[in-house]
Write a protein that binds this ligand. Sequence first.
Ligand SMILES: Cc1cc2nc3c(=O)[nH]c(=O)nc-3n(C[C@H](O)[C@H](O)[C@H](O)COP(=O)(O)OP(=O)(O)OC[C@H]3O[C@@H](n4cnc5c(N)ncnc54)[C@H](O)[C@@H]3O)c2cc1C
Length: 429
Amino acid sequence: MHTMSNWSGSVRYTPSQIFSPSSEDELVKIVRNCIDLKKKIRIIGSGHSFTRLCETDQVLISLDHYKGIVSVNKEAREITVKAGTKIYEFGDLSHQLGLAQENLGDIDRQSMAGSISTGTHGTGIGFGNISTQVTAIRFVNGKGEVVNCSETDNHDIFKATQISLGSFGIILELTFRLTESYKLEFTSGKENLFDVLGRYDEINKTTRNFEFYWFPHTETVQTKYSNVSEKEAKDNKLGLWFDNVMENHLFNAVSFPTRYIPSLSSSVAKLSAALSGTSSKVNWSHKVYALPRTVLFNEMEYNVPYEAFADVKKEVVRVFKDRKFDVHFPTENRFVKGDDIWLSPAYQRQSAYIAFHVYKGNPHQHYFKVMEDICRSYDGRPHWGKMHTLQAADFQKIYPKWEDFQAVRKTQDPEGIFLSDYLREVLVS
Ligand SMILES: Cc1cc2nc3c(=O)[nH]c(=O)nc-3n(C[C@H](O)[C@H](O)[C@H](O)COP(=O)(O)OP(=O)(O)OC[C@H]3O[C@@H](n4cnc5c(N)ncnc54)[C@H](O)[C@@H]3O)c2cc1C
């Protein structure tokens, strides 16, 4: 038996069986066998989620051998892809066809199905999370049936499946609506937190993808702006190497002592703020969004209403100052367009996301709880793939389409083949 771990190492579990099939027939057969034997199934993408979403002591299915493009509709700018394909692989494949995803998060190691199943998002108030780019889904449900759903067919199943934590079945294929390939000019600089909080809406109106990191214990933020550009794309290997050294290796080196002397956190945060400089690059979009992330951390991220963002952030900063948390990792602040996906944190509202990170090995529970309470008091909704303390009864109150989601879940997986202990905690009230 093989012990599995998520990216940060915060979740460890030992499935009794692990399957990595390479065809749809095999995948469907495994599901039907499990139904006959009354075995529970969990599905893993890249295992990047911080919560216990992939945990099981029964059957774990990986789609790492189920990858690649299924079909292309160039006129509609749509590509159907096998669900185990990784985001970076999809980026290269689509670029070869002159197409690109309209927006992405800040790493590209996730699987396509895993990323949409938790509502993974990037930044840019004009763009929804990655699940909004999906126009059709094919999956095998808890009855062993293959189901197709889309904006036009089986619409309710589609709206529920777009973000569903693998609770209806195994997603086999996803159709993405893409745009023509485009280049982004990225610039980053150092600014004052309160100045940025006073102007974030104005900045979002003139910037395609805007985000910023706040260095705790300071009033400094690192801002990041990206806009479409016609300039020449450059694979600046030296620049990438330098960014990697600064953002990963050097940051890891200064972070490590905080594990033993937590009170160093404030000095480390101030040093990081002082060292953060300016940088710029122009490249094809899929090469601009993603960054290497080698410093391990744990993370909680909350979606809050866009209009409330400055108030939430000011409270976060005030409480952080009062409580003097021994945390040095910057908080990340992003903006996402509202959508109509039933369990999307951005459901029916323009949104801001605030992400709280803690260096792996340092205590995060108390800090996250205090920050969670602040976000919750502003109608916050947690990211499904990141740490939080909410349970099904809480979600029932914050998602207007909760009951509709449950109705679809029960029709697709009546025996709860895809429900693990953790999924019961967050989905079954
Ligand atoms: C370093 C790092 C950076 C990150 N950056 C961002 C970011 O910029 N923006 C953001 O929003 N999030 C971010 N995340 C969170 C991450 O994108 C999500 O947790 C995402 O769901 C992980 O994708 P995965 O392929 O690893 O899925 P997993 O974590 O393996 O699985 C996630 C869920 O998807 C289900 N699933 C996987 N494959 C299938 C399938 N074929 N069919 C049905 N269900 C399936 C699983 O059962 C599980 O419920 C980051 C995480 C890390 C570790």
